[in-house]
Structure formats: C-alpha cells, structure tokens
Write a protein that binds this ligand. Structure first.
Ligand code: HDE
Length: 684
C-alpha cells in the first residue's frame, strides 16, 4: 500500500477501496471474532424468566461496542458534511510556487472537502446564522495539503489566544446550555462589545453571507496570508479564495429559521442530492498575490486576519477548479474522522507571522489527539496520504501499520540511516528563511488597531436590500439580548461603523440611540456585494403545485422548459402519489404542503387543478404568500392565478402570471429563477 506510484484523480478512491468492507447483504452474522451466530434477539438467561448470564460473550461484545460508539464532537465546526472530488490547475503556477499540484494542468489531484457550521452541535440544524467552514484536503504526490477555510474572508480576532474566549461566549451559555447554534444571546454580544477587533467580522456575520443557500453556492477563503515559495526560493504573500461557479447566494432569515424546523438537513441534503444527480459542485481556486516589497503598501496590516485585501486593489487570479463529484460511503468513517490541519503544507506553501495562523498551527493536532483518540489518526483511511510515508514514529493507541525491521531511530548505521532526509532540491520541505528579530512581548503592533474602517467598507459595499438585511439581523440578534447594558455597548460600538445603520437598529431595541460615531471611511468594494454575483438557473429547485384535475398541457410545457434549463422540478400536492389531470394524464406528487411547503424550493409554480378543494386552496395560498414574502420567483396559471390575485399581492418583477404553455411564460420563469430573489418586494 505504501508504495510510490503516479497520483491521479482516482488515487484516493483506490486507496479507500482497500479499506471498504463488503456490505452485509446475504452474509452470515458473526461476532467480531468471526464466530457464526445462531441467535441475535435473546440474551443468554438462566431459564425463560431468569437473570442474564455473564458468560453471554455475544451480548457483552454487542453492548460494549455500542456503549463506545461515540467520539467527542469537534469543539467547533461539529456539524459538517463532506464529499470527494478532484482539483485541476488551469496554468502552471511555477513562477510563484513549487507546489507540485499547482504545476501541470494535466494532473488531477484527489480532494476531500468538509463543509460545516461552527457553533451548533453535531445534531443541530444546517441553517443557523453562522460562519460556514470549507475545509479541503488535497491528496498530493508530496503529501496532504489542507486548505482549512471559511466562507467569510476574515475572522473575529487577531490573536488565537482569544479563541477559547470567543468560542465560550458564542456557544450555548454554560449554566443552562441555551441557545443552540446561535449567536443571539447575551454572552456573545457582551464579548463582541468588549473585543472591538470583531467589528468587521460581525458585519459579515449579520449579512446574508451567514445564511448561504447551499454549500455549492458560497465562497471559501483561506483567511490568513500565506506564502508561495518558488524553486528559486523567492516568496510572495498569497490569500486563497474559492469561487462557486453557481455564484454566491443566500437564504433570507425568516426562510432559514423555518427551514431549520421543516428540514434541519437542508444543506447536507442539497449537496448529497446534487452530487447523486450528477450536478457536481464546482469551485474555482483564486489567489491574491502580493510582492513581499508591498508588505506595507496598504492602510491595513497584511498579517491582520480581521482585514480583507479588497479585490479591486489586489485582483483575484483564477488558477484552477475543484469539482466535488462523489458522496461518501460512510459518514463516520469519512466525514467524522477526517482531520484537517492548516499546518499540513507541501513544499512551495508556507506560513506568515499572522498571529491567528500561528496559534492555529498548534490547535489542530492537539484537538485530533483527543477527538480521534491518540497519535495514529493519520492512519485512518480518510486521513492517509496517497503518497508513501516513512519515519521512526511507532506504536500508540490504534496503531494499524506493522512496521517491519529492527531499527526505529535516527541516526542509525544498522539500516543505512534510513529512512533518510532529502534536500529541498529532492523534495525535502525547507521553511522559508524569513528574517525575524524582536523582544519577547505580549502586545500587538499599532498597524492592527483600526477596527472600524473595513467594517464601514463592507457596509458601503452592500446593496440597499443587503443593508436592510444587516439592520434586521442586528435587530433580531440584539432583540434576544436581555442585558440592556450589553445592547447599549454594542450600539455604541457600531456607531463607529455607520451611524445611520446603527440608528436604524438601535431604535428597535430600547437603548439610547447614538448621535455620533468616529468612522468616516468612504471606500467600498463592489466584489463584496452578492448582487454582483453570477446568476444562473442551473440546479435550482422549482416546485410545481398541482391538484387533481390540473391542466396537463400547461404543466408539461413548464416542466419541459425547466428541465431543459437545468432546473430540478418536482411535484407537490395535498397528497403523495399520482395526481390526475383533466385529460387523464397522471403526474407523481413527491411532496405535500405539510412535508415541505415553499421553503424547500427556490421557485414555485402554482397551477392548481379543477378538483382542488377548499383545504388545498388554503394551503396553496399560504405557499404562494410565503414564497412571496421570501422574495422568490412565483409562476401562476389557472387556479394558481386566482389564488394569487385573491390575496391582493402586488404583481411585479419575479411574478409570472399567465398560461403555462406559452414560451414567453416559461422563459420569463427561467429568467426569474436565475435572478434568485426579488428585493423590490422588501418595501411593499
Ligand atoms: Fe478552526 N478549528 N480555529 N478556524 N476550523 C477547528 O479543529 C481554531 C479558524 C476551521 O471540517 C478545530 O478539527 C483556532 C479560522 C474549519 O474538520 C480546532 C482558531 C478558520 C474547521 C480549531 C481557529 C478556521 C475548524 C475544531 C483561532 C478559517 C473544521 C475541530 C486561532 C480560516 C474542519 C478540529 C473540519 C476546526 C481551532 C480559527 C476554519 C479546535 C484555535 C480563522 C473549516 O482545532
């Protein structure tokens, strides 16, 4: 297994195959010792009504295994979902980095990506307001490279020593373990107002970025400044970006909360189903590259993880593409046991002195030791590199490898000093020789001290609708904070970001509305607004609402256009199973008003049917109204049109009313689905 061979996109899958068990189908049940079993429903007892006997090895083994089935969940990012895929570079990055997986456009590197929420427990919901993790393991010929990223390009703190405080403040409060998966409580907002470096991150957290529509529709960011180092030893600063080919899209907050109840697995199902249907999730890798000589050319410190590098100042260069195309076989074995570490690097990628990054380099191994139960977690199939690995590390809990030979130390003469180290020219990792000097101090540079300009830049970059969402998010979050002092402290802090914004939410939360603030930053960055993202209909989910007696010509015409434009259309009715058209045609309903409602879909098309009863009409009206309130595209014909009009909802952009069979109707519906949402309704 541990042999040198050429790496291609299938290498990881082939390696995992060596560990896959045959499934249980048609097999004889045995104990873990291989003993065939004749009975698995009754424990061994003394007599039919007597006590269970200790000698029942089968019961003991089964129950002991069950008792030990759980491992500690991740201390943060506990709830996650992952998929396999491949990465290809578009052009050689040789001039910047010697990393082998970034050299040859013909080489495909296997990857494993785990998306996650941060705050909630493993069994919490998919749609809270939260940062999303976006961790990628590249199985390269030079070893595993982990890009452990988030969907927000900055972080709450500048120095990792504050991370335990941040996490204690945002997690459920310790005395009563309330609330789950939410920042909307006193301790978090108290922490925010006492740690004002968080201002920029809080703006992102209050924005639509924190409620993504899909893992497939969010950006990823390495956050820190890393280094690319080329063959000549020349270094550049680099920031990593993932750009989704479907664009960056979000839910609205009311919808996200309802989805949390209707379908807590909304985002994991979205990815699972998309991959199963062949709708692979695709992301382009982008890099912002900065010459070392420009380290001090900006009004922020490039080592400060609470700052972005505005794309308009330092463009994102697209260098490759990742395609997620295979679901896992077993959630625990793969998704739960995968162990990421920002310190897993390959030659050509190195660190900087970003104080947040430096502390992360300690934390990740440390946490896996507890979570995965010992130092051999690199041997777990999902974590194994696809290239050979040899060293003198031995033994420990759960060791799988049977290391042969007498010698397990370095230097040695008995084994010709193997395994041997090699020079950088032969692929040996050599740390970038950055010159450092200084006194040992616990302090931060003055260049890290502007906490507000970029928070204002973010605000300035938002569209009117996005701004309103941020104000509403503050009103929601602070509306849940019981301490008036904490609310006031937060308001006083954000007056320094934007006074109008802060006044707008301060009015609603019973505090003194501020009349002045300190920041007057006027810069903006259009790249930050999701209004400017890619918009296409592909892989969107539309629901077609029909009742018995529907017009099959209308419905079939629309279904056809939807499918041919890559929209996944599905039927909803008041019952599951066949729904009969007036002409006798049958279409199968897979959803009901009760199981899904409108929140599970991107767009609704309500046709109705001649035989719809009053209850159907009531439910269809609720569905239309809800889709309307969530700014979704709505198409209505026949009874659907009557139900829409009866509610006196305003027709306008995103409302397509007419006859299903016209091309114009279908084309308009597709255009509306691409547009995602219609914020004009926000002011209605
Ligand atoms: Fe993490 N983080 N983190 N983090 N992080 C973990 O490692 C930590 C930070 C990120 O899907 C933990 O295996 C510290 C930034 C992701 O398995 C832990 C600091 C970014 C994941 C840890 C940070 C991240 C983690 C918990 C501040 C974006 C999930 C379980 C210095 C660039 C990976 C684990 C997965 C997970 C520590 C800040 C991303 C405890 C100390 C910034 C995506 O080690």
């Amino acid at each position: 297994m541990n042999e040198e061979k050429e790496i291609n996109e299938n290498s990881k899958n082939e390696q995992l195959e060596l560990f896959r068990s045959a499934d249980n189908q048609d097999k004889i049940m045995t104990t873990n010792q291989g003993l065939k079993l004749s009975e698995d429903e009754f424990s061994l007892t003394a007599g039919e009504r007597g006590p269970t006997l200790l000698e029942d090895f089968h019961f003991r083994e089964k129950m002991t295994h069950f008792d030990h089935e759980r491992i500690p969940e991740r201390v943060v990012h506990a709830r996650g979902f992952a998929a396999h895929g491949e990465f290809e570079v578009y052009e050689s990055m040789k001039s910047f980095t010697k990393a082998k997986f970034l050299q040859d456009p013909n080489v495909k590197t296997p990857v494993f990506v785990r998306f996650s929420t941060v705050v909630g427990s493993r069994g919490s919901l998919d749609t809270p307001r939260d940062v999303r993790g976006f961790a990628t393991k590249f199985y390269t010929e030079e070893g595993n490279y982990d890009l452990v990223a988030n969907n927000i390009p900055i972080f709450f703190i500048q120095d990792g020593i504050k991370f335990p405080d941040l996490v204690h403040a945002i997690k459920p409060e310790p005395h009563n373990e309330i609330p789950q998966a939410s920042a909307a409580h006193d301790t978090f907002w108290d922490w925010v107002s006492q740690n004002q470096e968080s201002a920029n991150m809080i703006m992102w957290l209050m924005s639509d970025r924190a409620i993504p529509r899909s893992f497939r529709m969010m950006e990823g960011f390495g956050v820190h400044t890393f280094r690319f180092v080329n063959e000549e030893g020349k270094a550049h600063f680099v920031k990593f970006h993932w750009k989704p080919l479907l664009g960056t899209h979000s839910l609205v907050w009311d919808e996200a909360q309802k989805l949390g109840g209707k379908d807590p697995d909304f985002m994991r199902k979205d990815l699972w189903d998309a991959i199963n249907m062949g709708n692979n999730a695709e992301f382009e890798l982008g890099v912002q590259i900065l010459e070392e000589k420009d380290e001090f050319a900006f009004d922020f410190d490039v080592l400060d993880a609470t700052k972005i590098w505005p794309e308009e100042d330092i463009p994102v260069r697209i260098i490759g593409k990742m395609t997620l195309n295979r679901n896992v076989d077993n959630f625990f074995a793969e998704t739960e046991q995968v162990a990421f570490h920002p310190g897993n690097v390959v030659p050509g990628i190195d660190f900087t002195n970003d104080p947040l990054l430096q502390t992360r380099l300690f934390s990740y191994t440390d946490t896996q030791l507890l979570r995965l139960g010992g130092p051999n977690f690199h041997e777990i199939p999902i974590n194994r590199p696809v290239c050979p690995f040899f060293n003198n590390q031995r033994d420990g809990f759960h060791r799988q490898t049977i290391n042969k030979g007498q010698v397990a130390y370095h230097n040695n003469s008995l084994a010709n000093n193997s395994p041997k180290t090699v020079s950088p020219a032969e692929g040996g990792y050599a740390h970038y020789q950055e010159k450092v000097e200084g006194r040992k101090i616990r302090a931060r540079s003055e260049s890290f001290k502007d906490h507000f300009s970029q928070a204002t830049l973010f605000w300035n970059s938002m569209s009117a609708a996005e701004k309103q969402h941020i104000i509403d998010a503050f009103r929601f979050e602070l509306g849940k904070v019981k301490s008036k002092d904490v609310r006031q402290n937060v308001v006083n802090m954000f007056a320094n970001v934007d006074l109008d914004m802060t006044q707008a939410f301060a009015k609603a939360i019973d505090v003194v509305v501020p009349t002045s603030g300190t920041t007057n930053a006027t810069k903006s960055s259009p790249a930050l607004s999701q209004e400017n993202t890619l918009k296409k209909p592909n892989t969107r989910k539309a629901v077609v609402v029909i009742a018995d007696g529907f017009n099959s010509i209308n419905v079939k015409a629309v279904l056809e256009v939807l499918e041919s434009n890559g929209v996944h259309a599905t039927i909803l009715s008041d019952k599951l199973g066949p729904i009969k058209a007036l002409d006798g045609t049958e279409l199968e309903s897979k959803h009901t008003f009760l199981t899904d409602g409108s929140v599970a879909f991107d767009a609704v098309y309500v046709e109705g049917g001649a035989n719809a009863n009053k209850e159907f009409e009531k439910d269809a009206k609720i569905l239309i109204k809800e889709a309307y309130m969530h700014y979704k595209p709505i198409a209505v014909t026949s009874e659907g049109l009557l139900w829409f009009e009866a509610q006196q909802l305003v027709k306008g952009p995103g409302i397509i009313a007419g006859k299903g069979q016209t091309t114009e109707f279908a084309t308009q519906f597709i255009e509306a689905i691409s547009a995602h949402r219609f914020w004009e309704r926000q002011v209605v």
